[in-house]
Design a protein around this ligand. Structure first.
Ligand code: HEC
Ligand code: HEC
Ligand code: HEC
Ligand code: HEC
Ligand code: HEC
Ligand code: HEC
Ligand code: HEC
Ligand code: HEC
Ligand code: HEC
Length: 391
C-alpha cells in the first residue's frame, strides 16, 4: 500500500524505492534493447522491439503497486508466478500483445474516470484473438444490460482474469476440464451471490461444491455461457422439462444414483405434462398455466425429494407447490396425483389392480365373444357341407 501510494505520485515526487525500481526496469530494458536491436534501427530506442515481459514485471511484481482513477484505487501488481502459470503465458502471449499502447515508463496517461471505465477500454483487446466468443457475447443478457446502461453486467474480464486465467478446455479434447467445471459457479457468484447461495445447498450444487461431482449441472448447463438468454421468458419455461430431461432420462448418469429415468415420460403422461406438451405444439411460445418441473422441484434450490426438511416427497412441502395454482387444495390433495409413478403393487396398488383387472377383463370378454362367433361360423359351414337342415 505504502509503496503504491508513493509510486502513484510518480510525476510529483518519486521515493527512493520507486526510483530504484524504475532504474532496475530501465536497466532491464536497456539490456533487452542492446541484445535485440541493430544500431541502425536504434534511433527511437523504445519502439525498436517488443519489450520483454521481464521488463514490465521488474516493476509490476512489486507488492502494493497501485494507482488511482477518480475515487478508485487499482492494484497494478502482477504476480509473476501466477502469470507464468496462465494459459496466455503458456501460449507465449506477451504483456505488450495485449497492452499495445505501452512500451516504456512513464506510460501514456490513462483517460478513464474510474475503474469500471478502465476495464471497458481494455477488455476489447480480447476480440483480437477470440472473435468467436466476442461475437457470441453480442447476443447475451449481459450485453443487452450493458447496452441499456447497466455497466455492472459481465464483460470478458469479469469472468476471465487475463493475467491468471488457466486452461478451461483440454488441449486435445476441446472439452471443459473437470476442474474448470467445478469453479464455474464461483465465477457467476461474484455478481449473483444470492442464487449461488441457494445453488450451493441444492442437491446439484452440494454435489458439485462438496463432492467435486461433475455429473450435476452448473450454471452454464442451464443458461449457456457467452450467449446467455433471458431465463424468465415463456419459451425458456416451456422448454425446462427437456432441459432437465437431458440428464434425467439418461441411465448412464442416473443409474449411479438410483434415480428413476422415467420422470419425463411420467410427467408427459400426467395431465399437467400432457397439456404443456400439446399446448407447446399447438401454440409455441404461449404461456402455459400448468406446472413444469421447476414449479414442483424449485430452480436453484432443488432438494433430494426425501430431504427431511425441504423434500417434496413430504406432503406438506408438496402441498405448498400445488396451492400456488390450486389455492383450495388441502393436505390430501397431492394424493389425488400419482407423482412420477406408474401404478404398481407398491405405488397406487388400487389403480394398479384396476388397470390389471381391465388388462385381463377386456381381452377375456372380447376374446370370448370372438371365439364364440368363430366357432358358430365354423359350425354353420360344416353343417351346410354335411347338408344338415335346421329344423
Ligand atoms: C519503471 C517501472 C514500470 C515499468 C518498467 C512498467 N510499468 Fe506499468 N506501471 C508502473 C506504475 C508505477 C504504474 C501505475 C500508474 C502510473 O504511474 O502510470 C503502472 C501502470 C500500468 C498499467 C495500468 C495503467 C496504465 O497506464 O494503463 C498497465 C496496463 C501497465 N502498467 C502495463 C505495463 C506494461 C505492459 C509494461 C511493460 C511494457 C510496464 N507496465 C512497465 C510502473 C512500470
Ligand atoms: C491476454 C491479454 C493480457 C496480457 C497477456 C496481459 N494483460 Fe494486463 N491487462 C489486460 C486487460 C484486459 C486488463 C484490464 C483488466 C481489468 O479490467 O481489470 C489488464 C490490466 C492490467 C493492469 C492494470 C491493473 C489491473 O489488473 O487491472 C496492469 C498493471 C497490467 N495489466 C499489467 C500487465 C503486465 C505487466 C503483463 C505481462 C506480465 C500483462 N498485463 C499481460 C490484458 C492483458
Ligand atoms: C494475442 C492473442 C490473445 C489475446 C489478445 C487474448 N488471448 Fe486468450 N488466449 C490466446 C491463446 C493463443 C490461447 C490458447 C488457446 C488454445 O490453446 O486453445 C488463449 C486462451 C484463453 C482462454 C482459455 C481457453 C481454453 O480453451 O482453455 C481464455 C478463457 C482466454 N484466452 C480469455 C481471454 C480474454 C478474456 C482476453 C481479453 C482480456 C484474451 N483471452 C485475450 C490468445 C489471446
Ligand atoms: C459471464 C461470464 C463469462 C463472460 C462474460 C465471458 N466468459 Fe468466456 N467462458 C466463461 C466460462 C464459464 C467458460 C467455460 C465454459 C466452456 O468452456 O464451455 C468460458 C470459456 C471461454 C473460452 C474457452 C473456449 C470456449 O469458448 O469454451 C474462451 C476462449 C473465452 N471464454 C473467452 C471469452 C471472451 C473473449 C469473452 C468476452 C468477449 C468471454 N469469454 C466472456 C465465462 C464467461
Ligand atoms: C460482473 C458481474 C456479473 C457476472 C460475473 C455474471 N453476471 Fe449475470 N448478470 C449481471 C447483471 C448486472 C445482469 C443484469 C441484471 C438485470 O438486467 O436485471 C445479469 C443478468 C444475468 C441473467 C439474466 C437475468 C434476468 O433476470 O433476465 C442471467 C441468466 C445471468 N446473468 C447469468 C449469469 C451466469 C450463468 C454467470 C456466470 C457464468 C453470470 N451471470 C455472471 C452481472 C453478472
Ligand atoms: C438446473 C438448471 C439451472 C441451474 C443449474 C442454474 N439455473 Fe439459473 N435459472 C434456471 C431456470 C429454469 C430459471 C428461470 C426461473 C424462473 O422462471 O423464475 C433460472 C433463472 C436464473 C436467473 C434469473 C432469475 C432470477 O432468479 O434472478 C439468474 C440470474 C440465474 N438463473 C443465474 C444462475 C446462476 C448464477 C447459476 C449458478 C450458480 C444458475 N442460475 C444455475 C435454471 C438453472
Ligand atoms: C406436479 C409436481 C411435479 C412435477 C411437474 C415434476 N415433479 Fe418430479 N417429483 C415430484 C414429486 C412429488 C416427487 C417425489 C415422488 C415421491 O417420492 O413421492 C418427484 C420426484 C422426482 C425425482 C426423484 C425420482 C427418484 O427416483 O427418486 C426426480 C429426479 C424428478 N422428480 C424430476 C422431475 C423432472 C425432470 C420433471 C420435469 C420433466 C419433474 N420431476 C416434474 C413432483 C413433480
Ligand atoms: C447436467 C445433468 C443434470 C441436469 C441438467 C439436471 N439434473 Fe437433476 N440431478 C443430476 C444428478 C447427477 C443428480 C444426483 C445428484 C446426487 O444425488 O448427488 C440429480 C439430482 C436431482 C434430484 C434429486 C433426486 C433425489 O435423489 O431425490 C432432483 C429432484 C433433480 N435432480 C431435479 C432436476 C430438475 C428439476 C432439473 C431441471 C431444472 C434437473 N434436475 C437438471 C443431474 C442433472
Ligand atoms: C403452475 C400451476 C399448477 C401447479 C403448480 C399444479 N397444478 Fe394441477 N393443474 C393445473 C391446471 C391449470 C390444471 C387443469 C388442467 C386441465 O384441465 O387440462 C390442473 C389440474 C390438476 C388435476 C386434475 C383435476 C382438476 O382439478 O382439474 C389434479 C388432480 C392436479 N392438477 C393436481 C395437482 C397437484 C397434486 C399439484 C401439486 C403437486 C398440482 N396439481 C400443481 C395447474 C397447476
Amino acid at each position: 500500500m505504502r509503496l503504491g501510494k508513493q509510486i502513484q505520485s510518480a510525476h510529483s515526487g518519486i521515493s527512493l524505492r520507486a526510483s530504484l525500481t524504475l532504474l532496475l526496469g530501465l536497466l532491464f530494458f536497456a539490456y533487452a534493447v542492446v541484445s535485440f536491436v541493430t544500431p541502425v534501427q536504434a534511433a527511437p530506442v523504445f519502439q525498436a522491439d517488443k519489450p520483454a515481459n521481464d521488463f514490465c514485471l521488474a516493476c509490476h511484481q512489486e507488492d502494493g503497486l497501485d494507482f488511482k482513477l477518480g475515487k478508485d484505487t487499482i492494484a497494478a501488481t502482477i504476480n509473476p508466478t501466477q502469470f507464468g502459470n496462465s494459459v496466455h503465458s503458456d501460449q507465449s502471449i506477451m504483456c505488450v500483445d495485449c497492452h499495445t499502447d505501452i512500451s516504456d515508463y512513464p506510460h501514456p496517461k490513462v483517460k478513464s474516470k474510474n475503474a469500471r471505465a478502465f476495464s471497458f477500454t481494455l477488455f476489447v483487446v480480447c476480440k483480437q484473438c477470440h472473435e468467436d466468443q466476442f461475437l457470441k457475447v453480442q447476443d447475451s443478457v449481459h450485453q443487452r444490460a450493458i447496452d441499456g446502461g447497466n455497466t455492472n453486467a459481465a464483460i470478458c474480464t469479469d469472468c476471465h482474469n487475463p493475467h491468471t486465467q488457466g486452461r478451461l478446455t483440454g488441449k486435445t479434447s476441446g472439452e471443459l476440464t473437470p476442474s474448470a467445471r467445478i469453479h464455474i459457479p464461483e465465477t457467476c457468484s461474484k455478481c449473483h451471490s444470492g442464487i449461488y447461495d441457494a445453488y450451493k445447498t441444492s442437491v446439484h450444487g452440494n454435489a458439485l461444491t462438496q463432492e467435486n461431482n461433475t455429473d450435476v449441472p452448473t450454471c452454464i448447463d442451464c443458461h449457456g455461457v457467452h450467449n446467455i438468454q433471458k431465463p424468465t421468458t415463456v419459451s425458456f419455461r416451456n422448454s425446462t422439462p427437456f432441459l432437465c430431461a437431458k440428464c434425467h432420462t439418461d441411465p448412464a448418469i442416473m443409474d449411479k444414483y438410483g434415480i428413476t429415468t422415467n420422470v419425463l415420460n411420467s410427467y408427459v403422461a400426467d395431465f399437467h405434462g400432457t397439456t404443456v406438451k400439446l399446448f407447446e405444439e399447438e401454440f409455441p411460445g404461449q404461456p402455459t398455466n400448468k406446472p413444469v418441473c421447476t414449479d414442483c422441484h424449485g430452480v436453484h434450490n432443488i432438494s433430494k425429494v426425501d430431504n427431511p426438511k425441504t423434500g417434496i416427497a413430504l406432503r406438506e412441502n408438496l402441498l405448498v407447490k400445488c396451492q400456488r395454482c390450486h389455492p383450495d387444495a388441502t393436505i390430501d390433495f397431492p394424493s389425488a396425483w400419482m407423482s412420477h409413478y406408474e401404478p404398481s403393487p407398491e405405488h397406487y396398488p388400487i389403480v394398479y389392480a384396476v388397470n390389471l383387472f381391465y388388462k385381463f377383463f377386456i381381452p377375456a370378454v372380447l376374446g370370448g365373444m370372438i371365439f364364440f362367433v368363430l366357432t358358430d361360423i365354423f359350425r354353420r359351414i360344416v353343417n351346410r357341407i354335411k347338408g344338415v337342415k335346421h329344423v
